[in-house]
Write a protein that binds this ligand. Structure first.
Ligand SMILES: Nc1ncnc2c1ncn2[C@@H]1O[C@H](COP(=O)(O)OP(=O)(O)OP(=O)(O)O)[C@@H](O)[C@H]1O
Length: 322
């Protein structure tokens, strides 16, 4: 894992974040990712319309928001898996702009974004399930011998790279306790182990920032604890983490900073304990489900909604007892 090139101290990081104004788009002291005016429309519907966002370096940032808020689309845009609708504007400006670690990513695709050090987990698809755990790890390496014609043609060069990649994969598999499974078919792993493999694969290229899309979804409580530990360990080693999550308790527990999206826009940013209880956020979640009865268990499918319902209930009890 790369050493942080700044003095790393979690308390200091939190204290620094605590001095920031908690408003959407607030500048960070040392942002690793800066996004300006990124829009994505599907037909007449605007899925993403982010004016400005800075992601703090070395921190765990949670991106939360109700279903359909635009979180996944936003991830896709900044990692080059999708193109903004305002990609090129010849007249009037307003062109989407985003930079990672000082590198302008406007004209780059997904593999170049990954090479720049911004790597996202991607789900174990059916095809990947039919490959072994080790093969899955090797496709996460960004110095694949075959990618460079010269290296690919000179056997000692590619053989050396291949050995390096296998050694790195073995080290990561041991860290995620998947080493005994390296020759198993990835599709035969349990749901939680698949999540661990997705995370381990993302780390093959030693990224400066990992982006995790609902890393804890469908994972049992014991493995959730282990995943949380891995995420915190990454941050403590200097990797920036940006993750999408639904479960409020998870977010509260591990994130240093929270960004809230609703209807494509960033509606709040701040420290977890402040943001989660802010009126704008509660309204956004309730607004997104205004047609559903919060007393209905079916509507309470996410931890976020459950927590909000509990908070609303607690407030009502307090009111009544006054
Ligand atoms: N390829 C697409 N074509 C049309 N509409 C899309 C497409 N991708 C996303 N959308 C729409 O854009 C909006 C934002 O979707 P997105 O998946 O980004 O939200 P999300 O916040 O990630 O939601 P969830 O928490 O449910 O995953 C939704 O209304 C969705 O239906």
């Amino acid at each position: 894992m790369s050493e942080p090139n700044y003095p790393y101290d979690r308390q200091a990081l939190r204290a620094e974040l605590a001095t920031l104004e908690q408003v959407p788009g607030v500048p960070k002291p040392d942002p690793i990712l800066t996004v300006d005016r990124i829009e994505r429309r599907f037909g007449g519907m605007t899925a993403v319309n982010v004016e400005h966002l800075e992601v703090p370096r070395g921190a765990i940032t949670a991106l939360i928001g109700p279903n359909g808020a635009g979180k996944t689309t936003f991830f896709n845009l900044i990692t080059g898996f999708d193109q903004p609708s305002n990609r090129r504007r010849l007249i009037g400006g307003g062109e989407a702009k985003w930079a990672f670690n000082g590198k302008d990513l406007r004209r780059t695709g997904a593999s170049q974004a990954a090479r720049a050090g911004m790597v996202r987990t991607f789900q174990l698809t059916k095809a990947l399930g039919r490959m072994t755990v080790m093969q899955n790890m090797l496709i996460g390496a960004n110095n694949q011998p075959g990618e460079n014609l010269f290296v690919g043609l000179v056997k000692p060069l590619w053989a050396a790279r291949e050995r390096e990649n296998v050694a790195r994969a073995e080290e990561l598999l041991a860290r995620f306790k998947l080493d005994a499974k390296k020759d198993d078919m990835a599709g035969d792993l349990s749901g939680g182990q698949k999540k661990l493999l997705e995370m381990a694969r993302a780390l093959m290229s030693d990224p400066a920032m990992v982006m995790l899309d609902e890393p804890m979804a469908g994972v049992n409580p014991a493995l959730t604890q282990s995943l949380l530990g891995h995420i915190q360990a990454l941050r403590d080693e200097g990797t920036t983490v940006l993750f999408v999550e639904h479960d409020m308790h998870m977010v509260r527990h591990i994130s240093d900073w929270v960004v809230v999206m609703a209807q494509g826009e960033i509606i709040a940013e701040g420290l977890p304990e402040d943001v989660m209880t802010s009126q704008a956020v509660v309204d956004a979640y309730l607004g997104a489900h205004h047609d559903k009865d919060l007393g209905d268990d079916e509507a309470l499918t996410t931890g976020v909604l459950r927590s909000i319902a509990q908070e609303v209930e607690a407030e009502e009890v307090q009111e009544e007892s006054r």
